[in-house]
Design a protein around this ligand. Sequence first.
Ligand SMILES: Nc1ncnc2c1ncn2[C@@H]1O[C@H](COP(=O)(O)OP(=O)(O)OP(=O)(O)O)[C@@H](O)[C@H]1O
Ligand SMILES: [Mg+2]
Length: 465
Amino acid sequence: MKSPVRVLVVDDKENILKLFEKILADGYEVTTALDGARALALVASGDFDVVVTDIRMPGAGGFEVLDAVKARSPSTEVVMMTGYGTVGDAVRAMKLGAYDYLEKPFDPDAAALAVARAAERRRLRDEAASLRRELAGIHAFHNLVGKSGRMRDVFRLLEQAAGLDITVLLGGETGTGKELAARAIHHHSSRRARRFVPVNCGALPPDLVESELFGHARGAFTGATTAKGGLFEEADGGTIFLDEIGELPLQTQVKLNRVIQEREVRRVGEASPVKVDVRVVAATHRDLKAEAAAGRFREDLFYRLNVFPVRLPPLRERAEDVPLLAAHLLAKHARAMRREVTGLDPEALRLLTSWAWPGNVRELENAIERAVAIASGTVLLPRDLPPELALPAPVLPPGPVLATMPYREVLEQAQDRVSREYLVALLSEFQGNVTRASARAGVERESLHRLLKKHGLRSDDFKRG
Ligand SMILES: Nc1ncnc2c1ncn2[C@@H]1O[C@H](COP(=O)(O)OP(=O)(O)OP(=O)(O)O)[C@@H](O)[C@H]1O
Ligand SMILES: [Mg+2]
């Protein structure tokens, strides 16, 4: 479904606003403002594709609106309306960044066309910007870095989610970057000037979780000596990040579901609710659908949260991100510790790329941080890395764990580990030359490509020089 074009129309004449509401009934979401001051407030809090504004209005005039729009969102297009014989104003407006102008009295069709053209131009500009990013080879979104196809897909989704003001559910194993993703969404959204309030649902004591989230009245319980607003009220106008949402007690889930649905919170011990305007971003390392099926998570809440799911892939499925992440994290920690460490020895990089990273990026970051601290030269060496990276990884989990696993899964896991270690050794030996590597391995080039893809390995990452 195509999302409607968001248009703000500003004029001190009610009939002009009515006219635009009528001609833009289809495919547009029209907001109107009867004066410049109201328009400025809307521009500050909303995100519009096109703004149509009168120039002469009491109070804040059209030029002020134009300035505010361009300052906040340069890619929003502005169409100015001028009175008869004030073409000078129109010329000035175009110089200041307006896209077009309409001379009053105008033909409704001409007005509709002007808005449609402005909307199209806005769309093309957005497309060009994302293409430019792609071409510039910027492998990052906010503070998340990655160049694998998997992460590029994630960046695209996060960017979309940021612009949509909807509930987002982030999934993924521990350390895959869920919190960074939540912050990235907030900072790319129209709420970026307001607060981002992170809440670790797993860390709140069960008997306090509701008063923390929703607030409480004075005397609501022992110790509640004053009334207090909760985290939802604190996040008003901004984003609340409900981390580890799977850990919320069931009865709190019922209340949370109602808060999201009604967009209002009721403080504990308070009769009347308070309106809140908050975007919810939730995260969990659990499979919430399975949790719901098992009765440990409210199904209604799951469906309310699962509007826009984004899953952060584990690092072992995108090994091609490891060299980039390693370089990024090395620079980050060298800067923080003011240490002259500028590079990675090729063998150290090979060890990093072949490790399975059960703790994902966080584990990689810890390894790099420690290596930067203990490095004796300007290049990180294998001996600076955690010793387990140099040992062959155990192919199988320890006996008691092993005994709980289905036979098929055990074989698959073992085969995966062996296959991966073999591929990394092979590609390192042949420095990423797939033709020679496949000849030595005795498999077709296509099969080798398929295997590499399955393990998230890229031959280019093994090229030297
Ligand atoms: N793509 C990435 N680029 C740069 N740094 C990353 C990336 N992903 C994760 N990190 C870093 O790894 C660490 C863990 O990330 P984060 O806290 O966002 O993970 P998480 O998914 O919330 O983990 P958990 O479920 O354990 O809370 C952070 O220090 C973060 O800066
Ligand atoms: Mg986290």
